[in-house]
Design a protein around this ligand. Sequence first.
Ligand SMILES: [Zn+2]
Length: 338
Amino acid sequence: MQHFRSGFLESGPVRAFHSDHFVLPLPPGHSFPMSKYRLLREAAEATLPAVRVSEAPPASDGELALVHEPDWIAAVAEGTTTAAQQREIGFPWSERMAERARRSVGATIMAARTALMGAGGEGAKCREGVAANLAGGTHHAYPHKGSGYCVFNDVAVAARLMQAEWHRQHRALLRVIVIDLDVHQGNGTAAVFRDDATVFTLSLHGARNFPFRKEASDLDVELPDGCRDDSYLEALDRALAQAWARHTEGAPGLAFYLAGADPHENDRLGRLKLSAEGLAERDRRVLEALRLRRIPVAISMAGGYGRELGQTVAVHRRTLELACDSWRAWRAMEECAP
Ligand SMILES: [Zn+2]
């Protein structure tokens, strides 16, 4: 565990947003690891002094409507989702479920705004470059429905909102890249941005994993069962190189990084065999590639269903620790230190 005592620490730590007070009442034996979010926040608060955690505000109906159909927003808000819709999500409806889904989107919005525009929002002197949602990455949600533990699509909503805010402030297009390294394909996100040339979607995922009917991202990389560190990292390097090469009309101005812990070897759902060290190297490479291109990044933790929850929390915590390293390097480059 490293402690950072740089002069930046007091002036503006890495911002992270959580929504873990909204715990869903799930039936006994349910496979969703609801407690990991609280455990991650506690681990961050106890061991990462450079991270400042705040509770996220809920996303409004108007924000959600940038991506989601009004009928779906209303059904979740009013508790009129059908039994089939709830089954597809994997959670029974409750008021807390609805509130948590909104807050999780709100946390990614806050992380994106902080990374892109600075801790003070629009008009702040320095971009933070890096900020995080301690949950989020709900990439299976479509405009008209939820799926696979995802109710609303946090990254898709935040991407559209940041494009609107950026345009209002700068009268310029904000290009976005979504780097989805959760082990499951980002099918909802791919569907939302299928015909949108301003948002580039990259997904590295298990070929034989959920969702079984995949959507076409701008760049999909399918990995075989049992894939290990070296071949994963090679595939990642190739994919990132291709993604940059395909930005012929201008580099992205904002990235979303879904740093799923579910490619880990002890994940119950993942089918891949990455070590904790391999996942840390993955995070390092992504964050460095973004920093070198001066692309601010909002990180969502995304999936992670370890046979031992402590291992999943440790992978997510390490992502945050590497985010701190990257933030410090970013701030030094921006020359906006106190
Ligand atoms: Zn996943």
